[in-house]
Write a protein that binds this ligand. Structure first.
Ligand SMILES: Cc1cc2nc3c(=O)[nH]c(=O)nc-3n(C[C@H](O)[C@H](O)[C@H](O)COP(=O)(O)OP(=O)(O)OC[C@H]3O[C@@H](n4cnc5c(N)ncnc54)[C@H](O)[C@@H]3O)c2cc1C
Length: 371
């Protein structure tokens, strides 16, 4: 027998939960289908937890627009819902005088997308804020921050459930078929069944391209190939050299990396980038020499033995380009011709920051597709 519901969201990561919240609060009956036995256990809890200001994305891109809007919504939502967050600020630092024009160019680019608050600092000014920082100059982004990802997801889910949404765990979507009037999904797990809905949102992160490819009716040419890029973190359990995030210039990620305190103040180094064939969260301790070398650019006083292997996340990318040059891909009827299906592909950084704005965007896309 086929069950019926109004709206299904596939995937209970931060994006799927934000979308479920959006539709439930708009009065729709929502079921969230999650393959794992807990929500948010993949990319949404394996990232830097940074509320990005939006510096890195090309003006006009979906990432730039949704990052800016998402940041605004998050900074409003978190205090209202008791979600841990801090606007700690970020320093984009350089160690080479020749890079000063690039720092000025980044400031100008930021201003062009409305980030007027960025300001240029000499090395001495930056050290007045962060005494352990080695740099010749820096760009200060005061509105960058950090958020407690599990608390954020619990709050989204709570809002969705308060408006009638139901989360089904251990419910992997195996395949489906889409028509003009809705989508029918085959769901595995203990309660295996067929379930039909008027609206289906595929927010399955690493699983999104596979699911889209297995839904009959979705034109194959609209389903991109996904490329997985693991990002590992090493952590510094015993010292707290920085209170703000320290970032390299966007094009220096081969030799440098982010340094970011988490909500508890513990400092993380990473993520690096390693292309992988499957989702695998192993942190290879042999990567330590690269992490030390990159960390020493900004913090020469780090000692061998200070760092410990931390955790890893895997970016669901659509090309090998860096996150700044790879846009989000969100397909509604205008792309695949199906008004009752939205596919979200390549939701890498800044998906956490943008989550509520992505939800708004998806809702608008659905409305547009049904006009
Ligand atoms: C290393 C790293 C650092 C990052 N740092 C930041 C940052 O600092 N700031 C920022 O804004 N963004 C950051 N991001 C990006 C951000 O984490 C992601 O954009 C965001 O978490 C994506 O959320 P999601 O819900 O789309 O995916 P996920 O969290 O992966 O959720 C997808 C869910 O779908 C489920 N699923 C998969 N297949 C199926 C199926 N067949 N049936 C049912 N369920 C299924 C999965 O189990 C999973 O729970 C980072 C990402 C990485 C990898």
């Amino acid at each position: 027998m086929t069950e019926k519901t109004d709206c299904i969201v596939i995937g209970a990561g931060v994006v799927g939960l934000a979308i479920a919240r959006q539709f439930a609060m708009a009065g729709r009956d929502v079921i969230i289908l999650e393959a794992e036995n807990s929500y948010g256990s993949h990319t949404s809890s394996r990232n830097s937890g940074c509320i990005h200001a939006g510096i890195n994305y090309p003006p006009g891109s979906l990432k730039a627009r949704l990052n800016m809007r998402g940041k605004e919504l998050l900074y409003r939502y978190c205090p209202e819902h008791g979600v841990g967050h801090k606007m700690i600020g970020k320093l984009v630092a350089i160690v080479d005088e020749e890079k000063i024009p690039q720092l000025h160019a980044l400031k100008e680019k930021s201003a062009s997308i409305g980030l007027d608050e960025m300001y240029f600092m000499t090395g001495a000014e930056a050290r007045a804020l962060e005494p352990n920082l080695h740099c010749v100059a820096a760009l200060h982004s005061p509105t960058s921050g950090i958020v407690d990802q599990p608390e954020l997801m619990t709050a989204y889910l709570g809002d969705a459930e308060d408006h009638g949404a139901v989360l089904a765990l251990g419910a992997p979507v195996l395949s489906g078929r889409a028509t003009d009037s809705g989508v029918t999904l085959t769901v595995g797990g203990a309660g295996a069944m067929e379930i039909a809905c008027n609206l289906c949102i595929n927010a399955a992160g690493h699983g999104a391209t596979k699911i889209a490819g297995l839904i009959d009716g979705v034109p194959k040419e609209t389903v991109p190939e996904m490329i997985l890029a693991r990002g590992c973190y090493f952590v510094l359990p015993s010292k707290k050299p920085f209170t703000r995030m320290i970032y390299p210039l966007p094009d220096e990620h081969e030799v440098a990396m982010h340094i970011s305190p988490d909500m508890g103040g513990m400092v993380r180094f990473g993520p690096d980038t390693e292309f992988v064939d499957a989702v695998d969260y192993t942190v290879n301790p042999d990567r330590a020499p690269f992490f030390y070398e990159a960390a020493r650019r900004f913090w020469p006083d780090i000692r061998d033995g200070d760092l410990e292997p931390g955790y890893a996340g895997v970016r669901p990318k659509l090309s090998r380009a860096r996150a700044g040059d790879n846009d989000f891909v969100i397909h509604g009827a205008e792309t695949h011709g199906l008004p009752n299906l939205v596919n979200l592909f390549g939701i890498e950084s800044p998906g956490l920051t943008s989550s509520m704005a992505i939800a708004e965007y998806v809702a608008a896309l659905v409305e547009e597709g049904n006009r």
